[in-house]
Design a protein around this ligand. Sequence first.
Ligand code: ATP
Length: 233
Amino acid sequence: MLHLENVKTGYDAGLALFGVTLEVGEAEVVALLGRNGMGKTTTIRSIIGLTPPRFGKIIFNGVEIQNLPSYKIARLGIGLVPEGRQIFPTLSVRENLLAVAANHCNHSDPYTMERVFSIFPRLEERQKQSGGSLSGGEQQMLAIARALMINPSLLLLDEATEGLAPLVCQEIWSGLDILKKRGLSILVIDKDIGALTAISDRTYIMEKGEVVWSGESTGENLSRELTLRYLGV
Ligand code: ATP
């Protein structure tokens, strides 16, 4: 579904990605791991066109997207849950969702407000409240729900649960698990390695703007690699 081939992306004079190659398959959940500043957010920004690549190709469902503006990439079916959530604070929960609702890819069974409320029931309870008055966890649920309202086939999540209380994190992971079971492809960044490896099929580990390891999220190989790269033992 998504292929990144030798993607090099930079800010100002310098590069932050030095030739990233990765794939996300149909109905696959892929985790992107790495310590701070290793290029995970830049990878997501490259895919959605917020920081377009300087070299390399990004192919989504057979279409080269590396030179397209973000709104066109979104219309092809890529939903973004950005770092920091960036919901519309003065709009109500309902308005946040309605503002973006679309089905550009003509999915036969599209996400509706009722369907996203069934995944995150708290949003239904809060539907008349302004986005800015929600707790951090509720804002994150709203950011995910809003991304679903464009009816993506691929969801990009930059820091799925950062800074949230453990119980709320559990609700977010449960919501993502429902989406996984419904066959949505997901590329997810988070600091909770345990939750990430539990939900993902495959993992990429990044260091200094490059993918240094990739493989299945289960089993010994990943844990050995994580011990080596995160703990340095
Ligand atoms: P974190 O977990 O801290 O968000 P990350 O793995 O997502 O880290 P990136 O945010 O992609 O890493 O950063 C990769 C590199 O690009 C870092 O060296 C960072 O300092 C640099 N960088 C990120 N954003 C910018 C920016 N807006 N301007 C200049 N350099 C940036």
